[in-house]
Design a protein around this ligand. Structure first.
Ligand code: ADE
Length: 336
């Protein structure tokens, strides 16, 4: 089994079909503070019969931004259209979507920071005045007409707030960050997903998967689906801790919750650079990954769990972790 596929935090078609999607805030586990706020905002907008203020959700991928938005639409009894920034190549693509929205609908744009600038500019008057400019006709006779659209709510999701332009950012009335999940929350998400998949798993086995899930529900559910495949083929009715341990080993995950690529990355820094620092590009070239994948998929967990640190001169292994990793990779028990 290839570690990259398993730990990719991008959403896959498989996931869309097989996933449990909570319909209410109560079914959505974790993000407690954010949930409380969103409950109030959605309820207030519903009571007034108005569209909710535009909302910017930021945070690492796989934490449930789309799911939360779907719940908000459900709670407010409005429609939701889901699309992504890079998908909208021309202004006409966005104008077509905006014109199709019903009163108070939600438009969810994932990776909103990757929307082309000219398309982004269409959003400004749409968000502020609920109007869009449409070009009618061609060539010298072309005219720009300013048309009204239904009041709607834009939910923009981004992993990179720094890349949202100031004019766009200032048009969001609410801006909130999603946090990584703790192991107990992930355990409960796994138990909920397992019940949906009609798959029996013990709480300690679910917790073991949670420990390998990098604080991310999407990763937790992906590992669950792979472990369930093993259980199916092994004719297991109940997934217990011992079975999960076997499956994790087979999937290339070690007792630290690290996969093959994580270990290759750390081992390269220990072995070739005595613990670093080393530049991101050099590291990416040595392990055969592109820079963006390293930064977005592998590094966040390694940084958070203290296996890696970023310095002005590049990536390095923190001093405290170096002896442990030397022993792990080379059976060496010294600081040298
Ligand atoms: N299912 C239940 N809670 C969830 C969450 N926080 N994120 C994704 N899926 C979930």
């Amino acid at each position: 089994m290839d570690g990259i596929e398993l730990f990719s935090i991008q959403e896959t078609p498989e996931e869309r079909v097989h996933d449990f999607i909570p319909q209410s805030f109560d079914d959505y586990i974790g993000q407690q503070e954010l949930k409380e706020k969103l409950k109030v905002y959605t309820q207030a907008a519903k009571m007034r019969g108005e569209a909710l203020d535009h909302l910017l959700l930021f945070g690492p991928p796989g934490l449930g931004k789309t799911t939360l938005s779907q719940i908000m639409a459900h709670v407010m009894s409005v429609g939701i259209k889901i699309c992504s920034g890079p998908m909208m190549e021309r202004t006409g693509d966005l104008v077509a979507i905006l014109s199709s929205l019903n009163h108070r609908d939600i438009l969810f744009i994932d990776e909103i920071h990757r929307m082309p600038t000219n398309v982004e500019e269409v959003l400004y008057s749409a968000m502020e005045h609920f109007r869009v400019d449409v070009i009618i006709g061609q060539g010298a006779g072309a005219k720009s007409v300013n048309l009204p659209i239904n009041p709607f709510t834009l939910i923009g999701a981004t992993t990179k707030t720094g890349m949202i332009s100031a004019p766009l950012r200032s048009r969001f009335g609410i801006s909130e960050r999603l946090e990584f999940y703790c192991e107990e929350e992930l355990r409960d998400i796994i138990l909920q997903a397992a019940a949906f998949l009609k798959c029996s798993i013990t709480p300690d086995a679910a917790l073991r998967i949670a420990q390998c899930a990098r604080g991310t529900p999407r990763v937790a559910k992906k590992i669950l689906r792979r472990v369930r495949d093993f259980a199916q083929v092994a004719n297991r009715d109940i997934i217990d801790l011992a079975f999960v341990e076997q499956a994790l080993t087979f999937l290339g995950m070690d007792e630290d919750g690290l996969n093959k690529i994580d270990n290759l990355l750390l081992r390269t820094i220990v072995d070739n650079f005595q613990g670093g620092p080393v530049g991101l590009e050099t590291l990416a070239a040595l392990i055969g990954e592109d820079k963006e994948t390293l930064e977005q998929v592998y590094e966040p967990f390694l940084l958070r769990s203290g296996y890696l640190e970023k310095t002005a001169r590049g990536r390095q292994i923190p001093h405290k972790k170096l002896p442990y990793l030397k022993k792990k990779f080379f059976g060496q028990n010294t600081l040298l």
